[in-house]
Design a protein around this ligand. Structure first.
Ligand code: HEM
Ligand code: HEM
Length: 189
């Protein structure tokens, strides 16, 4: 078994990174959207620290993922895919990568520019501030963090719908090649 991606399917490293990032983004979305409702008391600050800390993990994982993608390549489009669909998929994927970088960076910038208390990653390591306190930059990055999130939601909806459409109606390998092989299944080994 190769760790890399073959011409036909995604290898285990790309699969693990894809689904781990999906899971963490889901957790970040749920925590991010609900933490504003919590009372603004020191008792709840750790929820913000948790959100920020997991967000930094996503940033690191996305950098690893892009590096791995450049190293390990990608499968070619599933046979029979019209050229315009392949182009749409590539464009969506590029935008998803851009958003996966912009989300944590805008959050980190907001944390920096708003002059909040030091942000210690999981309470352990003090993270550098990306800028000096700056009110307009703080407002801008806060708006960007929220707006980009809704753009991400819309793109992910489109992306997941396309994957499910391929699986349920086209009956092709688009979705299954991003999933682990079933033991003993066709092409196992
Ligand atoms: C992929 C990574 C991330 C995702 C998907 C994400 C998602 C979200 C969402 C959905 C919200 C609620 C937005 C709103 O309704 O106002 C939020 C708020 C927030 N996020 Fe993130 N976030 C990520 C990374 C980060 C990082 C790395 C930091 C800081 C280091 C951060 C700091 C914050 C802060 C401080 C808020 C509260 C903003 C406010 O009170 O208006 N986020 N995030
Ligand atoms: C936070 C949510 C998600 C993000 C950010 C995301 C991001 C990505 C990105 C960037 C790629 C392109 C990989 C590359 O070319 O290097 C990709 C591929 C893929 N994603 Fe997602 N994804 C998400 C959720 C989902 C969901 C929910 C599904 C299934 C229902 C899914 C199914 C797939 C499949 C099947 C591929 C491979 C497509 C192909 O081989 O042509 N993704 N995803």
């Amino acid at each position: 078994m190769s760790w890399k991606n073959s011409a036909e399917r995604w290898g285990p490293v790309s699969q693990l990174l894809h689904w781990l990032i999906v899971l963490l983004v889901l957790v970040l979305a749920i925590v991010g959207l609900t933490m504003g409702e919590l009372p603004k008391t020191p008792k709840y600050f750790w929820v913000y620290t948790l959100h920020k800390s997991v967000g930094i993990i996503v940033l690191a994982l996305v950098l690893v993922r892009i590096g791995w993608r450049l190293h390990a390549g990608a499968p070619r489009p599933v046979a029979g895919t019209p050229a315009w669909q392949a182009r749409m998929a590539s464009l969506t994927h590029a935008l998803l990568y851009a958003l996966l970088l912009a989300m944590p960076l805008s959050g980190w910038l907001y944390d920096s520019a708003s002059g909040l208390r030091p942000f210690r990653w999981f309470g352990l390591v003090e993270m550098p501030k990306l800028s000096a306190p700056n009110e307009s930059l703080s407002a801008l990055s806060n708006d960007a963090h929220e707006l980009l999130f809704w753009v991400l939601v819309a793109l992910v909806a489109l992306h997941a719908a396309a994957a499910l459409y391929h699986h349920l109606f086209q009956h092709d390998a688009t979705l299954t090649r991003m999933l682990p092989r079933r033991r003993g299944g066709p092409g196992a080994g």
